[in-house]
Design a binder for this molecule. Structure first.
Ligand code: LLP
Length: 449
């Protein structure tokens, strides 16, 4: 069984996380329920800081808020001394509402609206990562009007092919993200930025993909980025202040997956960066990292209640398949549908029994909504609590109201107590934004018009 962080199995067979009995959490807060192991979350943040700081003097580690953000999460990121990367006005608003220091926030996005740019400038975010030339013009106009000089990183497409699911590749040539290095688009943006007194060129950025099992693709990107740092110095005379390499380190979702540790990853990145800098005799820039999944992923799990367990005849042995129906699905975790993502699950109230029953875990949406195609769990019964591991990143963040299902609550478990950090949506929340125009109003009884 795959257990992470503070998780352990109690003598009564219940899963414990953050010192809390998961079965009691499900009873107290309802299901589906996202449970976050605060200690593991903080441990990962500290590991990142320690691993990079131990090897390279000038590092800035930002948590990628897209992986998991709510106001309490922003507070934890702030307390642990990480910066925060946001990718929309909504994420920025969340961070500001949690009093996250604006100068430690960087704004991403490949199509930032003028309103998003203005909010970023008015709140004084530390960095804006520029995706395209239109954006550069918009930032320049808005900054000029305000008399502020924002610090900009130019997002580069290094043109490499990361080995990960095609929907989470971002660093190749044929991508919507950033400005291509080979075509000269990135250099053009840098020159424009340098020539514009309303803007400060602070550095270059790339993010090549997500759920990468080692740093080999990053190493390729680093070579290209270091060559580009050299090219920038040659043609503009500027030694770039900051080199940000995005995020992307993967996590173990299943026992057989073996991503490198944060320490190994940091060592590989720093070695490659130092090698690249030495090759061209470049000064050490600030090294930026933006991990999301590798900080939040394993710190989260989802608890579901098992409903109907159905035996469906199939042609292969053993002649039937057990469908375990849960009370959530693609609205709280769309990743299997989008990326063929895989998950480890077990029965959280009888975790000490053998996982000897082959099942398919099905969501409750009105379509083929399979959360886990095939896994072995403890013989499931209606009313059992199913724990699905590794849902801390890109689950709550990507949740929807498909089928008008309220989004689950999020609780933060630590040292035996659990705090609600996102309350469960109610049925009334689902209709809170709905409007019935006058002409559709229900006519009083008896009026047949
Ligand atoms: N920085 C930038 C600019 C990014 O676009 C991303 C992720 C990150 C950092 C953080 O990457 P991480 O360390 O989490 O791999 N929804 C997909 C993942 C999309 C990632 C998008 N960008 C999933 O559920 O797998």
């Amino acid at each position: 069984m795959l257990l992470f962080g503070t998780q352990r199995i109690l003598d009564n067979g219940h899963l414990e996380v953050g010192g809390c009995d998961a079965v009691e959490l499900a009873r107290a807060f309802g299901t589906p329920l996202y449970v976050v192991d605060e200690e593991l979350l903080r441990t990962r943040m500290r590991e990142y800081l320690a691993a990079f700081r131990g090897l390279y003097p000038k590092v800035a580690i930002a948590f990628a808020g897209k992986a998991f953000l709510c106001t309490a999460m922003a507070r934890i990121v702030e307390q642990e001394g990480l910066n925060l990367d946001v990718a929309s006005a909504g994420e920025l608003h969340t961070a500001l509402a949690a009093q996250f220091p604006a100068e430690r926030i960087s704004l991403h996005g490949n199509n930032k609206s003028i309103a998003e740019i203005e909010l970023a400038l008015d709140s004084g975010v530390g960095r804006i990562i520029v995706d395209n030339l239109l954006e550069l013009e918009r930032i320049s106009a808005a900054a000029g009007a305000r008399g502020v000089v924002p610090h900009l990183l130019i997002r580069c497409a290094p043109g490499i092919d990361p080995h990960t699911h095609r929907r989470i590749q971002t660093g190749q040539d044929d991508t919507k993200f950033g400005l291509n290095i080979r075509s000269g688009a990135a250099m053009e943006a840098i020159r424009k930025c340098q020539d514009d007194s309303a803007l400060h060129f602070a550095g270059i950025h790339c993010h090549i993909g997500s759920q990468l099992m080692d740093a080999s693709c990053h190493e390729q990107a680093i070579e290209i980025m270091c060559a580009f740092l050299h090219e920038i110095r040659e043609s503009t005379g500027v030694e770039v202040e900051e080199l940000n390499l995005g995020g992307g380190l993967g996590i173990r979702y299943l026992e057989e997956q073996n991503p490198v540790s944060v320490e190994e990853y940091a060592r590989a990145i720093v070695t490659a960066v130092r090698g690249g800098l030495a090759r061209y005799g470049l000064k050490e820039p600030m090294l930026g990292q933006e991990p999301g999944r590798s900080i939040a992923g394993q710190a989260g799990l989802t608890l579901y209640e098992i409903g109907a367990v159905k035996k469906v005849p199939i042609s292969e042995a053993p002649g039937y398949r057990s469908y375990v129906n849960i009370d959530g699905g693609m609205s709280d975790n769309p990743r299997p549908q989008l990326y063929d993502a895989v998950y480890h699950a077990f029965v959280a109230n009888r975790a000490n029994e053998p996982a000897d029953t082959s099942v398919r875990v099905a969501g409750k949406h009105c379509e083929t909504d399979i959360l886990i195609q095939e896994t072995r769990i403890q013989a499931p019964e209606t009313g059992d609590i199913l724990a699905v591991q590794g849902t801390g990143a890109y689950n709550y963040a990507m949740a929807s109201n498909y089928n008008r299902i309220p989004r689950p609550a999020v609780v933060l478990a630590r040292d035996g107590s659990a705090d609600l950090i996102v309350r469960r949506e109610t049925l009334d929340d689902l209709i809170a934004q709905d409007i019935i125009p006058e002409r559709l109003a229900k006519t009083p009884a008896g009026n047949t018009n």
